[in-house]
Design a protein around this ligand. Structure first.
Ligand code: GLV
Ligand code: MN
Ligand code: MN
Length: 416
């Protein structure tokens, strides 16, 4: 027998059109997006989102980290809001859906409630968190981290991009420092809808990932000091080659991750060689090791191994080595009641589903520190993300948004 309200769905075409319209801002070079945090494109994306929220009758609040909170009033003035959200910033060669799907599906939930004339007891707040990606300013999930009290605002404002510009200066420059005290808001619940960014749901032919956990992470930034010297005329035995030390550390990170299978990953995505000239041995190499696991012991064990092995590798080559942890969160367990709500919504709507552990970090991981939180996932083609070719179908996008709509209604309560 059909569950009540099973025909209540979001408007799939409207959601898709909004995703495509947002993707026009900060276009990439290969069909995706480069709308990195606190750039002019980020400001433009925020303005478009603000306009859509205005049109939907939402009231905007912005905090001192630039987090945007768009509120639909509830019928009970005492009830804490149900938050839904994600991020509008992208990687430098990012896709159209990573983060954006969650924010615009939150808006689509509001638009659908408006269409259906449904009032809820709790207010609903659609959130755009600043600098989820951490591509420009490490660490990732910086502003939700400040919101949750994990980082201080001073620490966040002082984070520098590769050009030496600070987060605080850039937030001011784009005009999105709000006046709300960050972290002052209280949440009844937090939902984040996101593409999986991995291959499991597509391979298992499931519409919906019911996210029970998120794996933990360390970002370890290494600075290796060698000696700049001519690549042609310096004999091999006289080189102090920081590039070679980096290569050996990368091999070691790979080996450590492989020794911790299953359920561990490790790699390096960012490297700066200095002076980065073809015929100069690098005097300095800075790179960030990214290791992750849902298992706390494995995660911390990998960190300890890498931090013990790297100095030995460097010492053998006469290279200086220092390391700083620039990003970290422990594995997260999402709220069992909200997880069950998501599962039931998928069930009632007739969508196939499975439990899943998030491989990527999300603002939900920090929100979970201050509120009951969970996530919903949809598949993405070939599991590809952090790539301009990232792709999903309109039907996949809408299925997760339908689940979000039902989970939000269940949690916010329909007003009498
Ligand atoms: C955030 O995008 C991450 O690195 O998981
Ligand atoms: Mn994301
Ligand atoms: Mn991302």
């Amino acid at each position: 027998m059909a569950a009540p309200g099973e025909n209540m769905r979001v408007n799939a075409d409207r959601l898709w059109d909004s995703l495509m319209d947002m993707a026009k801002i900060g276009p990439g070079i290969a069909g995706g997006n480069n709308r990195q945090t606190l750039t002019d494109s980020d400001a433009e994306g925020r303005r478009l989102f603000q306009k859509w929220c205005d049109d939907a009758g939402l009231t905007m609040g912005v905090d001192t980290m630039g987090n945007m909170f768009m509120t639909r009033a509830g019928e009970d003035p005492e009830a804490l809001p149900v938050y839904v959200g994600s991020h509008l910033d992208t990687q430098p060669t990012g896709g159209k859906y990573d983060g954006v799907l969650g924010v615009l599906s939150g808006l689509e939930v509001i638009r659908s409630l408006n269409d259906l004339g449904i009032r809820t007891r709790h207010p609903i707040v659609v959130t755009n968190w600043t600098n989820e990606e951490g591509a420009r300013f490490a660490p990732a999930m910086l502003a939700s981290g400040v919101f949750a009290g994990v980082h201080s605002q001073d620490y966040a404002y002082g984070r520098k991009d590769p050009e030496g510009k600070t987060f605080g200066e850039e937030l001011k420059r784009i005009g999105w420092i709000g006046n709300e005290e960050v972290g002052a808001r209280r949440m009844h619940a937090y939902f984040e809808y996101h593409i999986e960014q991995g291959p499991i749901l597509e391979a298992e032919k499931k519409d919906i990932g019911v996210v029970t956990h998120c794996q933990g992470l360390w970002w370890l930034e290494f600075t290796l000091t060698g000696r700049e010297a001519h690549t042609g005329s310096t004999p091999m035995n006289l080189r102090v080659n920081a590039g070679l030390a980096m290569a050996r550390i990368l091999e070691m990170v790979q080996a450590v991750a492989m020794e911790n299978q299953p359920g561990a990953v490790g790699g390096v995505g960012q490297v700066f060689f200095s002076p980065n000239s073809r015929n100069v041995l690098p005097g300095k190499v800075v790179f960030t090791v990214d290791i992750r696991s849902p298992d706390q012991k494995k995660l911390d064990g990998m960190r300890a191994r890498i931090e013990a092995e790297a100095p030995k590798i460097c010492e053998a080559l006469g290279v200086g080595c220092s390391v700083e942890a620039v990003g970290h969160f422990d594995p997260v367990t999402f709220d069992p009641t909200l997880v069950a709500t998501v599962r039931k919504a998928a069930e009632d709507l007739g969508y196939s589903h499975m439990n899943i552990i998030s491989g990527a970090g999300h603002d939900a991981c920090w929100a979970a520190k201050v509120a009951p939180a969970t996530m919903i996932m949809c598949p993405c083609v070939n599991g590809l993300s952090h790539n301009e070719a990232e792709d999903i179908s309109k039907e996949w996008a809408a299925a997760g948004a339908d689940v979000l709509l039902h989970a939000v209604i269940e949690t916010a309560g329909i007003a009498e």
